[in-house]
Design a protein. Structure first.
Length: 231
């Protein structure tokens, strides 16, 4: 099984409905905080189930949702059928977004599942789709020296604050025996140092800064904001 196949199947990453709801709410609020004007056109790349997509859509003119997993896209299409301002894209739809059309691209908690060579190709695509004043936000980036203990600590803190600590502890045990752990051991997670990520962004035509806070609950991970360099 690959990471893509993993995300295309049912998984137990979210330990219960409350965890999922709090996570989706936090991510949506994070994305809302990045939208600059109600006219913005936004792409949430690798959006997952995005159950709070409507919250984001109220802040911008159009929200494109794209996820590599066909089963995720099918759920998104069902959830957002007829929702004004949200369009769920497949591969062709994504390729068909006009160059220069996007004001903001958010990629949250995705790049750890993407090989580095594929990420470099993605960067060129993102660069083309952004308008000259647009921004690319890469969030939840795992540094090479981050440990699984940091992820566990962040989850338990989130669970304590969110009132799902017991479920989170049970979820950690379940994860230990899950496909996720096997895949993590087999393929690992793609990691970037701060300087490495900035250098990659520059090499692909962006200026880049590290943001002081990450989207979501895990502040051991990094977020970067990149803008197309003037040609
Ligand atoms: C941890 S979830 C994050 C979902 C969402 N961005 C969030 O923050 O809740 C990772 C998502 O990335 C998607 N994904 C993995 N590889 C991808 C790729 N190469 N392109 C687009 N999506 C991808 C998976 O299908 C999955 O839905």
């Amino acid at each position: 099984m690959s990471w893509r196949e993993f995300w295309n199947r049912q998984n137990t990453i979210y330990v219960n409905d409350r965890h999922r709801a709090l996570h989706d709410d936090q991510v949506a609020r994070g994305i809302c905080g990045l939208v600059r004007t109600p006219a913005d056109i936004v792409l949430d790349y690798g959006c997952g189930d995005a159950s709070e997509g409507e919250t984001v859509a109220t802040k911008c003119a159009r929200l494109y949702l794209y996820d590599a997993a066909p089963t995720v896209r099918a759920r998104l299409r069902e959830r957002f059928a007829g929702t004004a301002g949200i369009e769920v894209l497949g591969e062709e739809g994504l390729a068909g977004v006009a160059d220069g059309a996007l004001d903001l691209i958010v990629v949250n908690s995705v790049l750890q599942y993407v090989p580095k060579r594929d990420f470099e190709a993605l960067l060129d695509g993102f660069r083309a789709k952004l308008n000259p004043d647009g921004r690319l936000v890469l969030a939840d980036i795992i540094s090479p020296d981050a440990s699984a203990l940091g992820d566990i600590g962040a989850l338990l803190g989130f669970a304590l604050r969110g009132g799902f600590l017991v479920a989170a502890c049970a979820g950690l045990v379940a994860t230990f025996f899950s496909d996720y752990r096997k895949l993590r051991a087999q393929f690992g997670l793609t990691r970037y140092g701060e300087d490495e990520m900035k250098a990659l962004l520059v090499a692909h035509g962006f200026t880049a800064t590290r943001s002081p806070v990450n989207i979501g609950h895990n502040q051991t991970r990094m977020m970067f904001e990149a803008r197309p360099e003037a040609k």
